[in-house]
Design a protein around this ligand. Sequence first.
Ligand code: PNS
Length: 169
Amino acid sequence: MRKAVCPGSFDPVTNGHIDIVSRASQLFDEVVVAVGVNKSKARRLFSAEERMEMLEKVCAPFPNVSVAGFEGLLTTFCEQHGIRAIVKGLRAVSDFDYELQMAQMNSSLVDVETVFIPTSPEYSFLASSLVKEVATFGGDVSGLVPPDVLTRLTQRLAERAAAGEEDRS
Ligand code: PNS
């Protein structure tokens, strides 16, 4: 049984993430989409539970994909779940340096390999942070996130605006 993890912050999940998860699900018997903590992105728009709820909905069409959350190291999660492959999407060369460093660090910690999947060209510019920024200023992101995510995003940004808060995540 070939098992892989697709880790990320998913704040929120975008169509680019779904593209990678969908393609990973064709390469592996079982794929776990794991919501983790990126220390450099401390401030979140959605809680871990909310991000997992959105992922569960969008991953429902893929029978071999499940959703989990983790705290701490990704490599610990891999060990606990008998996972030896980490799947990451690569959008551009700019992603590569950091992803390579993480891949090498992770494989120095435990017996895991990182498999890079090139993002489909139509999503090469897509990042959760940009989606949030564009949506905050009223831009149309309906083609970039699933409909349920769009609804929640619009709602959350309206709540934040009403509370006089700007999103700095
Ligand atoms: O979507 P992101 O923010 O690029 O996801 C990054 C994430 C959460 C996958 C990464 O920060 C991570 O693996 N965090 C868990 C802590 C960890 O293992 N850190 C060491 C990385 S070498």
